[in-house]
Design a protein around this ligand. Structure first.
Ligand code: AMP
Length: 202
């Protein structure tokens, strides 16, 4: 199987050629078609398997296919990840894959001055990558609204729970629209992850 057969938009295929990806990895082959159909996905995948593209490509493709409804430029996709390093990596990958599209991305994480993140948000963003604490801070200050999120990705879910983010994830989940698409990736699938999946997925 190659990327063309996955029915991705040309703008994304062009970016993948620039990245010199020849064919989808197993997690990409499994996740991308289901995600393009709008289904919720629970995947077990470690770092290094290509899981970032497995959620990033269908999120970008679905955003391109469906123009935003209403006025302004609401945040339409939220990717939640446990650490600053992962958040930066994901945002960089999103930028690479989206480079031939009009979609804009932004990343927010704690431990640094929030001013540059705030400026990025003010310019308008389609896909936001965030760590839970800083996301909740910025929501509390009125800089971020999750009311128009269409795609929610929970990355490294087991690590999130290990780091004590369960309550934050549930708080964030309650702020998301009911009729969204949810994709959750975890390296391991213990009972507490299944429980979390039951709570936040269809
Ligand atoms: P990840 O598991 O998402 O952290 O990705 C691990 C590495 O694999 C990253 O450097 C990606 O750029 C790369 N990668 C992802 N998908 C592919 C692919 N289909 N072919 C070649 N490299 C890939």
């Amino acid at each position: 199987m190659n990327f063309q057969e996955l029915n991705l938009p040309n703008a994304l295929l062009r970016a993948l050629r620039d990245k010199e990806y020849e064919r989808p990895t197993p997690i990409q082959m499994q996740a991308i078609p289901a995600a393009l159909e709008g289904r919720d996905i629970l995947g077990t995948a470690q770092t290094g398997t290509g899981k970032t593209a497995a959620f990033a490509l269908p999120v970008l493709a679905n955003l391109l296919r469906r123009p935003p409804v209403g006025r302004g430029r609401p945040i339409r996709a939220l990717i939640l990840t446990p650490t600053r390093e992962l958040a930066l990596q994901i945002d960089e990958s999103l930028g690479d894959y989206a480079k031939y599209t009009p979609l804009r991305t932004c990343v927010v994480f704690g431990g640094v001055n929030q001013r540059p993140q705030f400026d990025c948000l003010k310019r308008g963003v389609d896909v936001l990558t965030a760590t839970p604490g800083r996301l909740l801070d910025l929501i509390g200050q009125g800089h971020i609204s999750l009311k128009q999120i269409e795609f929610f990705v929970l990355d490294e879910a087991d690590r999130m729970l290990d780091m004590g983010f369960y309550d934050d994830i549930m708080k964030i989940g309650k702020k998301l629209p009911e009729n969204r698409q949810t994709v959750m990736f975890s390296a391991t699938m213990p009972p507490k992850i299944r429980q979390l999946a039951k709570n936040i997925m269809n």
